[in-house]
Design a protein around this ligand. Sequence first.
Ligand SMILES: [Mg+2]
Length: 342
Amino acid sequence: MMDLFAWAAKLKLAERFTLARGAEDEAEVVQVELRWRGQSAFGEGAPIARYEESAVDALEFLENSRELLGDDPFALEAINARLAAYPGQHAAKAALDAALHDLCGKLLGVPVWRLLGLQQHGPPTTWTISLGDPDEMARRAERAEGRFTRLKLKLGGLDGLDLQRVQAVRSVTRLPLVVDVNEYWSFEEALDTLPQLASLGVEYCEQPMLAGHLDGPELKKRAPLPIYVDEECHTLEDVEAARERAHGINIKLSKAGGIRESLRMVYAARALGLKVIIGCMNESGLGIAAACQLASLADHADLDGNLLLDSDPWPGVVLDQGVQVPSDRPGLGVVTTGDRVH
Ligand SMILES: [Mg+2]
């Protein structure tokens, strides 16, 4: 049997992270260690409150999942199927799936991106500018210059200032811009604002309206720039419905339940003519490293989670000319700087 240890970790953010739904100064994640035949492997998942997940519930699921792992870490599909019999808990499943991939990579002596037959380099990551006053957002955009090649602006202030936010940032930088409204526009606000954002050169808009909004298909028809869904696309079974409502989907390991489900989503999206963002939550380099392994399959990357932290306890991913590059060490290629947890 594989040995499993699981714990919650609090990650302090360098600056308060604000989006339409609220603000946070720290993020809570769950981390697991698997031990098998003398090898240790690690994975992380970020429980998402929006989907009624918490670290407490994730840890309980992990404690109860020990028997489901079996004695063959390479039997990834079979393990996935056993875990899938229990609904929800996608962050916990993502942590397990990442640790299993880390273990397989370490046992074979190859990085996971090679194990998957993929490339080491994906698209450059966006750098997230928290929702704030237009001037404040412009100042943050200025500070990103030189380090990042694309910016993602959090919108949805419900104060009529979203266009001014983008104008303020556009006035201080020539970097490509994308926006994420996190479900906070009405259909009317989306119809009013999107054409103006398109004329400012905004490349795409993520989740403009509430997940499942009845006017989603109509907005796609009338949108002058690509729409990506995030809050309404979690796992493989959500991908087909996205075609009518969006031009692409944002795949996150903690939403999907791990690398394998995310791969299925990428291929389903391709079959349906949808583009793909590989995204993240506020998470450490351990979580980001797992997402980076498949970033080369995506059109866009939003993998700045560990860079938003005060300090990253799991270094290994390197920001190189705007790209979050996974290590060429075996497995996920990250090593903790903290004390050994067990
Ligand atoms: Mg989003």
